[in-house]
Design a binder for this molecule. Structure first.
Ligand code: HEM
Length: 188
């Protein structure tokens, strides 16, 4: 893929971080609502909490997940980070893909079930536990993803080492004292 210009990369990075960390914030909000609904003795509070979760689920959560994934993909493929050169990028990609699928196929249906049950004064059942467990796991996951984004651990993948060894990562090794990130053109 054609490399992004510096202004385009910076603008996209702002969008990516805002959306991705926004996803983490939204998930903490869903967790608060899930806990409130599970522990309250009030049917009205439970209904309000599940209905609020449903509004977030219907309007926000999938667009945010997909925008995080797509902006991350473009940033990877459009810069020398690459998608499969650095372990932290590849790990983020698979975790985000799994989280997006779990959001679409497990979290949203569980929210819909719970909202439907409270609206018709039926017991919510297992969905009440699911709607505490799922946002808890997701929160831990997005904190982990944020941490590896900032710390960028674990070095290069085999493919990344090969690319560097064959000199395709231009600049690497030529600068002598320059830092690895600077020689890769990855500092902003
Ligand atoms: C929950 C999902 C995600 C979160 C919370 C997240 C968070 C972040 C954060 C905080 C940064 C800024 C790091 C820094 O500049 O020090 C970042 C950068 C980056 N992210 Fe993500 N990200 C997510 C998903 C993804 C995905 C799915 C990919 C790739 C497929 C990706 C690829 C990248 C790349 C390549 C950068 C560095 C961009 C650059 O410096 O040009 N991210 N991400």
């Amino acid at each position: 893929m054609k490399q992004l210009s510096r202004p385009a990369r910076r603008a996209l990075l702002v969008v990516h971080v805002s959306v991705s960390v926004g996803w983490l914030g939204l998930t903490v909000g869903l967790l608060a609502l899930g806990i409130a609904a599970a522990v309250t003795g009030s049917a009205a509070t439970a209904e309000a909490a599940y209905r609020s979760m449903q509004i977030f689920g219907d309007l926000l959560i999938l667009p945010i997940a997909l925008l995080s994934l797509v902006s991350g993909l473009v940033l990877s493929l459009g810069t020398r980070w690459g998608l499969a050169r650095h372990r932290w990028v590849l790990t983020k990609f698979w975790l985000t893909l799994a989280a997006t699928a779990a959001t679409a196929f497990a979290l949203r249906p569980a929210i819909d079930d719970a909202a439907r049950a409270v609206a018709s004064a039926e017991p919510v059942g297992a969905a009440a536990t699911d709607l505490v467990v799922a946002p808890s796991v997701a929160t831990a996951l997005y904190v982990f993803v944020t941490a590896i984004s900032v710390l960028k651990p674990w070095g290069l993948t085999r493919r990344g080492r090969r690319a560097r060894g064959t000199g395709r990562s231009s600049g690497a090794g030529t600068a002598g004292r320059r830092t690895k990130a600077a020689s890769d053109g990855l500092v902003s």
